[in-house]
Ligand binder design. Structure first.
Ligand SMILES: Cc1cc2nc3c(=O)[nH]c(=O)nc-3n(C[C@H](O)[C@H](O)[C@H](O)COP(=O)(O)OP(=O)(O)OC[C@H]3O[C@@H](n4cnc5c(N)ncnc54)[C@H](O)[C@@H]3O)c2cc1C
Length: 481
């Protein structure tokens, strides 16, 4: 019998698990994928928002500002990669300046500090490559960028280190309400627990329905991006937004935590919650809109496109509450700024649990620290693709990822066996060649380290081995001969 079962290991479920792992409670984190951070928490802008554009009084407004202020300390503890960059919302006309003033007022009401409205000339001093047509901007000092999947992985690793039982490849398919407890039915097992926290992202309405709660629904909203090579990052120092629209914060131009230029996202309602395809028309729109902010990026330096699906709900605010089903808490429909808010959401959930009578007794041996996987290399670093020592042996040339880093990633508390899992933890395959050079080397290393045949190494998730395709190609070549 677990005290608490958390359903969904995105950033919300993982932040909650890590926050609760400091108490003497038996906790499990249940995830249907083969790794944590496989939903919205994997594919988003990675912006730690200042909190000026959420409607005052909403949970979004309160938790975004609070969450933002928790990042610095969290990064010191968990080493996931966070940098305060500041942000600019740019305006091209006096009419748009009025929006900036509204945002500024909103920000003050929400308790955001470090904001000011600045003139175009000052904007161009800060951002020399921003469009000459920019007349005004709202500057917010407190915004930043983080690596969202590394953050989620770090939270989950630290939660497991502190005793949380992570159950991967466990899809919740039903929940039975029993006398004073729940029985969660997954594709693999039956799990008994006293409390359930539903953090199932785009499926949080479906999980809520499993206990008979139908009071909200998810409207999946896709956002697409284009990612550029690091040599384009000279174009932007901070995060550059345009004036927001009804649908959200609009197309931004930023440099990611690891130094790639990134543009996007749009906001398109989709019927399929798994729809992470990108399409040419949308990417054209994103490129065209981003060029209004910063003209100079080179499309020949685009590395890849990707998309994420926001778990937007129909109430226009986060749903974080004890429900009428005793013991069942919804942390549901958490769209933007859910990444920023996640540490504050976790704290709110602890308060809810406390109000519900859960005894929160601190563990003496709680360890808040987690070492980074990616080691920043200085200019003196002499790696080599043929080096003997794992610390010097380069596996991924583009991102200078060493064998030692990949071995470290494979031996962490959250086990990954897939090439994509290694990519998210080490950046092997994230560079210009997108894994063309290192993909097979990573696969070999995973097989060797885990002592499994190469064909058992997956690209991502069950049934995604990439080896059969290679075998087919070889067969075809043989036929031609
Ligand atoms: C395009 C885009 C841009 C964004 N930009 C930002 C930003 O810049 N800053 C910001 O603060 N926020 C941003 N967000 C919002 C942020 O990404 C989300 O709020 C956050 O990731 C939601 O986390 P989650 O844990 O609720 O959902 P998810 O990450 O989707 O996690 C839910 C998990 O539940 C699992 N699950 C679902 N059903 C089941 C089941 N039946 N059994 C077991 N497991 C299940 C899923 O596999 C998934 O891993 C953005 C979102 C998107 C999509």
């Amino acid at each position: 019998m677990f005290d608490i079962a958390i359903i969904g290991a995105g950033v919300e479920g993982s932040a909650i698990a890590r926050r609760i792992s400091r108490y003497k409670l038996k906790v499990c984190l249940i995830e249907k994928q083969d790794d944590v951070s496989c939903g919205a928490s994997k594919a988003n802008s990675g912006i730690v928002h200042g909190g000026y554009d959420d409607e005052p009084g909403t949970l979004k407004a309160k938790l975004c500002v609070k969450g933002n202020r928790m990042y610095d300390k969290l990064n010191k503890e968990l080493n996931f990669g966070y940098r305060e960059t500041g942000s600019l919302v740019i305006a091209f006309s006096d009419d748009e300046k009025r929006h900036l003033e509204e945002l500024y007022e909103n920000g003050l009401k929400n308790g955001v500090g470090g904001m000011k409205i600045i003139e175009g000339e000052r904007v161009r001093q800060m951002e020399p490559y921003v469009s000459k047509d920019v007349k005004w901007a709202l500057y917010c000092k407190d915004s930043g960028v983080c690596s969202p999947y590394e953050f989620t992985i770090a939270l989950a690793e630290n939660a497991v280190e502190n005793g949380v039982d992570l159950k991967l490849e466990n899809e919740v398919i039903g929940i039975n309400r029993k006398e004073g407890y729940f029985e969660i039915v997954t594709n693999k097992e039956r799990i008994e627990c006293k409390y359930i926290i539903n953090a199932a992202g785009a499926y949080s309405d479906k999980v809520s329905n499993m206990v008979g709660l139908n009071y909200f629904h998810i409207i999946p909203r896709k956002g697409e991006y284009v990612l550029f090579n690091k040599d384009q990052s000279y174009l932007v120092n901070s995060v550059i937004f345009q004036v927001p629209t009804e649908k959200g914060k609009g197309i931004l131009v930023t440099t990611t935590y690891h130094g790639n230029l990134m543009i996007g996202p749009n906001a398109q309602e989709v019927s399929d919650r798994e729809d992470v395809t990108t399409n040419e028309e949308t990417l054209d729109y994103i490129v065209e809109t981003a060029r209004r902010s910063v003209k100079g990026f080179d499309m020949k330096k685009a590395i890849t496109s990707f998309a994420g699906v926001r778990p937007t709900n129909n109430t226009k605010d986060f749903i974080i509450e004890e429900t009428e089903v005793k013991g069942f808490i919804n942390v549901a429909g958490i769209d933007s700024p859910g990444l920023t808010s996640s540490p504050a959401i976790a704290e709110k959930v602890v308060n809810i649990l406390s109000n519900m009578g859960v005894k929160l007794e601190e563990k003496k041996d709680f360890n808040p620290y987690r070492k980074p996987i990616i080691v920043k290399k200085d200019e003196k670093f002499k790696g080599d693709i043929n080096a003997e020592e794992p610390e010097k042996h380069i596996i991924c040339r583009c991102e200078k990822v060493t064998e030692a880093e990949i071995i470290d990633a494979l031996n962490r508390p959250v086990k990954t066996m897939s090439i994509d899992g290694i990519k998210r933890r080490t950046r092997a395959g994230m560079g210009m060649c997108q894994g063309a050079f290192c993909g097979s080397r990573v696969r070999k290393l995973i097989a060797k380290e885990l002592d499994i045949p190469e064909e058992q190494v997956k690209q991502r998730g069950p049934g995604s081995s990439i080896l059969p395709k290679r075998v087919n190609r070889i067969d075809v070549m043989k036929i031609k001969k």
